[in-house]
Write a protein that binds this ligand. Structure first.
Ligand SMILES: Cc1cc2nc3c(=O)[nH]c(=O)nc-3n(C[C@H](O)[C@H](O)[C@H](O)COP(=O)(O)O)c2cc1C
Length: 226
């Protein structure tokens, strides 16, 4: 981790260039042989900074109302869909997350609006994270997540955030997620699906190797057969 530069608001004239960069990234992913792309609109990345009113203080057509704050997300999504087709594009949101000083005064309204606007595009999925213990350590209190936003999105919802095999299956059964993504459990268990199938014990993750450089913590957790 390095110190950040002090951010500045983008000039209006720079925004078409930003959208072009997403198009370029989408094309590069195709050339690289990917199966699809996920637009990162979570955890304080650029689109999240536009979407939430804690960071977006603009007074032009990209700031103020939720319609304006969601504009860049919707323009970028259309640009990426134009490259890939909607069924190969997902998008990730963290409505309750507070990483990178992210805040919103009305997350249900903000994220409900953008999900309702995205619904007709028929993307592969919308990924809506749950608030985790890590989020709470970073200052999140209670947050909204896929349970509260389910009714705003007519398509597949993927969720991640502190799920276990059991709580993931409960979410699927209760109908507020269509698939569960695993972060830390997959990091520590390269054969996670097989362990789930067998009901096997999981390796204990080592947080000291998270975000570290080098292979330690990335390629050295044992598989069941190792
Ligand atoms: C080492 C590490 C790096 C991560 N990097 C990112 C990231 O760059 N962008 C992001 O949105 N989430 C990132 N995450 C969060 C995960 O995508 C996931 O949402 C989070 O770990 C919660 O799911 P889990 O409880 O299954 O791990 C990272 C998590 C870890 C542990």
């Amino acid at each position: 981790m390095a110190e950040y530069v002090t951010p500045r608001a983008l000039e209006l004239s720079e925004i078409p260039g930003i959208i072009s960069e997403y198009t370029h990234g989408a094309r590069c992913a195709q050339l690289a042989g990917f199966d699809g792309v996920e637009i990162h609109n979570a955890n304080g990345y650029l689109l999240d900074q536009f979407l939430r009113d804690g960071t977006n203080h603009r007074t032009d057509q990209y700031g103020g109302s939720v319609e304006n704050r969601a504009r860049l997300t919707l323009e970028v999504t259309q640009a990426v869909v134009d490259v890939w087709g909607a069924d190969r594009v997902g998008i990730r949101f963290s409505p309750g997350g507070v990483f990178n000083d992210m805040r919103d005064s009305d997350p249900l309204e903000t994220f409900g609006y953008v999900l309702r606007q995205l619904s007709p595009l028929k993307l592969a999925y919308a990924h809506v994270t749950q608030v985790t213990a890590q989020d709470i350590a970073h200052g999140a209190t209670e947050g909204i997540g896929p349970r509260e936003l389910r009714s705003s999105y007519h398509g597949n919802i993927v969720s991640a955030g502190g799920f276990t095999l059991e709580s993931g299956n409960t979410a699927l059964q209760e109908g507020w997620a269509d698939a569960i993504a695993f972060g830390v459990p997959f990091l520590a268990n390269p054969d996670l699906p097989e362990r789930f199938r067998q009901g096997a014990a999981l390796n204990t993750p080592d947080p000291s190797t998270f975000y570290a450089s080098g292979p330690g913590g990335y390629t050295d957790y044992p598989t069941l057969s190792a």
